[in-house]
Design a protein around this ligand. Structure first.
Ligand code: C2O
Ligand code: CU
Length: 492
């Protein structure tokens, strides 16, 4: 079997394995990919443990994005899907009833769930076949801002994404109100689908491609120039285009906690709130030393929390794509006045925005000091064969450690070991590297689960191997991941 069809099989693009829904007491079958699936043993709540129960309905829908009306796939009929909220330590039970015409799964991005609930067909479960349902059960150990999305094909670039907030039982609560801000790039139902975009990218005939051959195009002063491959016609905040923005109402002087989630498939944004300074408080759920800035970069799969003190008036919250045209926006209204002009360029976005390198972890977020005893390499490869603007997405294209998943070797970890994950970006694009089931520490100590790695950058991540299983590590550009820029990270 050629590697493309093997990938398709593994990622669930085709239903090749017996697609029964695995209930809570399924045996542990070995998939055709050779990984032993973890056992999804039922969890019973401990005395006093709260149980959060939800049903999630992925289904085809028609949605109005505030002008463009598109047919797409979404959770519970809305884009983004409904907020799922729990408190750290809760037992979360979500029944997913798949009404899509395709296999699907749900991955709880950034949450250090037990392996059986991680939602990766081929590594942790069989895909959820159309018309069947699947129960996810996990304990969310760490408070923070997360989201969930399918781990099948390029379904993330449809409307299948929803915010997930895990509250801190010891929340200091130094804010009055909250605003969850989901950023997205949108192409589905605008005359094409993500699957068609992927097919075009894979053959190198990519009309959706916005770029040349691996050279930064108009990245300006951003350290992340050359990040995207697809020309998404729309950018959204909470499912709305910039011309028909969501309005968040507040009172002057209120302190608002923004929970910003980049759910885009292919877009890094610079984010700012007109007329305001932001105090960054968390990234990927973990507290940072409060850092004041006017704008910050957020890569695909990353989350940032910021607190703002609301001024008096109407203010645009703008997410400007790096290396692409257009923008996403919403409005914060605390007083009278007309909405600012649609394409008002924010002075806050004029310069270079804050990157992770400027931030420091809060004491509570630090990984204990330990010298790594193991080292593994995670080298992002590909892009040299020059197939279209993608830099080669077919075989010989994007991969990790020299080959496309699942043709590359699994990265072996050792349980309990402090491990140095030596990430090398050997390509001319920026890629957001995401590791499932764990958080890692950057050289500056910052705890994250997703980090942007610039072209030719080398970045050592410190990871504590404390959650055994079959985990995915991949680029969170969903087209790159699906083309093979993914690896398994395994230990028992
Ligand atoms: Cu949001 Cu495998 O990731
Ligand atoms: Cu990538």
């Amino acid at each position: 079997m050629d590697s493309l069809s093997r990938r398709t099989l593994l990622l669930g693009g085709a239903t090749a394995v017996a697609a029964t829904a695995l209930g809570a007491c399924s045996p542990a079958p070995r998939t055709t990919t050779g990984f032993d699936l973890p056992r999804a043993t039922p969890l019973t709540p401990a005395p006093g443990q709260r149980v959060v129960t939800r049903t999630l309905l992925p289904a085809p829908v028609t949605v109005d994005l505030g002008g463009p009306v598109v047919s797409t796939w979404a959770y519970d009929g809305v884009v983004p899907g409904p907020l799922l909220r729990a408190t750290a330590g809760d037992l979360v039970r979500v029944r997913v009833r798949n009404q899509l015409p395709s296999d699907t799964s749900v991955h709880w991005h950034g949450v250090a769930v037990r392996n059986a609930a991680d939602g990766v067909p081929g590594l942790t479960q069989e895909p959820i076949a159309p018309g069947t349902s699947y129960d996810y059960e996990f304990v969310a150990p760490d408070p923070g801002t997360y989201f969930h999305h399918p781990h099948v094909g390029v379904q993330l670039d449809r409307g299948l994404q929803a915010p997930l907030v895990v509250d801190d039982p010891r929340e200091p609560g130094e804010y009055d109100d909250e605003w969850v801000v989901v950023l997205d790039d949108w192409i589905d139902g605008t005359g094409t689908t993500p699957d068609e975009v992927l097919a075009e990218l894979m053959t190198g005939d990519a009309p959706g491609s916005g770029h040349g051959h691996g050279m930064a195009t108009g990245g300006g002063s951003s350290p992340y120039g050359n990040v995207g491959d697809v020309r998404h016609p729309w950018f959204l905040v909470n499912g709305r285009v910039a011309a028909a923005p969501e309005t968040h109402h507040a009172r002057p002087g209120q302190r608002i906690r923004l929970r910003v989630i980049n759910a885009a498939a292919d877009t890094v944004f610079a984010v700012a709130l007109g007329g305001h300074r932001l105090t960054l408080t968390h990234t990927d759920g973990f507290a940072v030393e409060p850092y004041e800035t006017s704008a910050f970069y957020i890569g695909m799969g990353e989350r940032y929390d910021a607190v703002v003190t609301v001024g008096d008036g109407v203010f645009p919250l703008v997410a400007k794509p790096v290396d692409k045209k257009g923008h996403a926006r919403a409005l914060l209204r605390s007083g009278a006045g007309a909405a600012p002009r649609l394409d008002a360029d924010l002075p806050e976005l004029a310069g270079v925005a804050t990157t992770v390198m400027e931030l420091r972890p809060a004491a509570s977020s630090r990984l204990s000091d330990r010298e790594p005893t193991e080292q593994v390499a995670l080298t992002l490869t590909g892009g040299m064969s020059g197939m279209s603007g993608m830099g080669g997405m077919g075989d010989g294209g994007w991969g990790i450690n020299g080959a496309a998943f699942p043709d590359n070797s699994p990265i072996a970890l050792r349980e309990g070991a402090r491990t140095r994950v030596a990430v090398t970006n050997a390509t001319m694009m920026t890629h957001p590297v995401h590791i499932h089931g764990h958080t890692f520490a950057l050289p500056n100590g910052l705890r994250k689960d997703t980090v942007l790695v610039a072209p030719m950058q080398r970045l050592d991540l410190a990871l504590q191997a404390d959650n055994p299983g079959n985990w995915a590590a991949h680029c969170h550009n969903i087209y790159h991941a699906e083309a093979g820029m993914m690896a398994a990270m395994v230990y028992a």
